[in-house]
Every structure is written in C-alpha cells, then in structure tokens.
Design a protein around this ligand. Sequence first.
Ligand code: C2G
Length: 132
Amino acid sequence: MKKVLTYGTFDLLHWGHINLLKRAKELGDYLIVAISTDEFNAVKNKKAYHSYENRKLILEAIRYVDEVIPEHTWEQKIDDVIKHNIDVFVMGDDWKGKFDYLKEYCEVVYLPRTVGISTTKIKKELLLASQK
Ligand code: C2G
C-alpha cells in the first residue's frame, strides 16, 4: 500500500484544498493529512476560523482522506514519515524546495497551487461584502 502524507491548516475548506487532496490521493492508495493544531497555527502566525477539532472533522469527511493526524511543530515531518511508513510527501508548490530534506526518507512532490482561491481571499471578500 502506497502511503501519501501532506500538511496544512485547511481552514474554510475550499476547492483549492480539494484539488490538492484529490491529486495527493492519486499518487498512492492511502492519504494521511497532518492538520496544524490551533497552537501551531499561532506559530505560523495564522488564526484559523474553525478549531482544530472541527477542521479535523471536516477533513475526515472527504473521500480522498484516509487519516488525519495533528501537526504540532515544523520539526515533526521526518518522524511522521518514518512512523507512518510514508512513500510520498506532497505539498502545494508555494512550498517548493522547503521540504527537500525529506527526499532521504520518501519521494517529495510539490503540486501546482490552484490559482484564484485561498482562505485569505475568502475572508477579505466576505469582509468587504459585509461593509457594503
Ligand atoms: N493549496 C493549493 N491551492 C490553493 C490553496 C492551498 O494547492 N489555492 C494547498 C497548499 O499549497 C497546501 C495545502 O493546500 O499544500 C494546505 O494549504 P494551507 O491550509 O494554507 O496550509 P499551509 O498554511 O500552507 O500549511 O508544515 C506545512 C504547513 O502546515 C502548511
């Protein structure tokens, strides 16, 4: 069984996330998603609208996702790859090159980011709309 691993906040889930998860799953048979905890999001200077528990609930409902684990630190990736027997590590290409150190442990794939959508864009446009 070919196992795939990816990381992210996945807040206000949108079609860019789904495109990423769909293509990640197509690279293997089993997809694990490590979702940033609320505490780790603070380290990433991100404040998710949905809590970790609710982002986990949402991700677990997606047909491409087989397992959801917490992302607590930047440094846990090597341990995760080894512990979960990962064959392929996947991220959107806004992270291109950042995780090449994992090539010692598994395949590293950066997938083209979906243009035209982001959680930040959603938040900005909703805020503007509410001010009209
Ligand atoms: N993504 C994408 N297209 C978009 C938006 C996001 O392909 N329009 C991808 C990102 O490249 C990432 C994944 O969806 O691979 C999750 O995006 P975020 O939730 O923004 O994750 P991020 O904050 O980049 O966290 O240790 C890694 C970090 O946890 C990544």
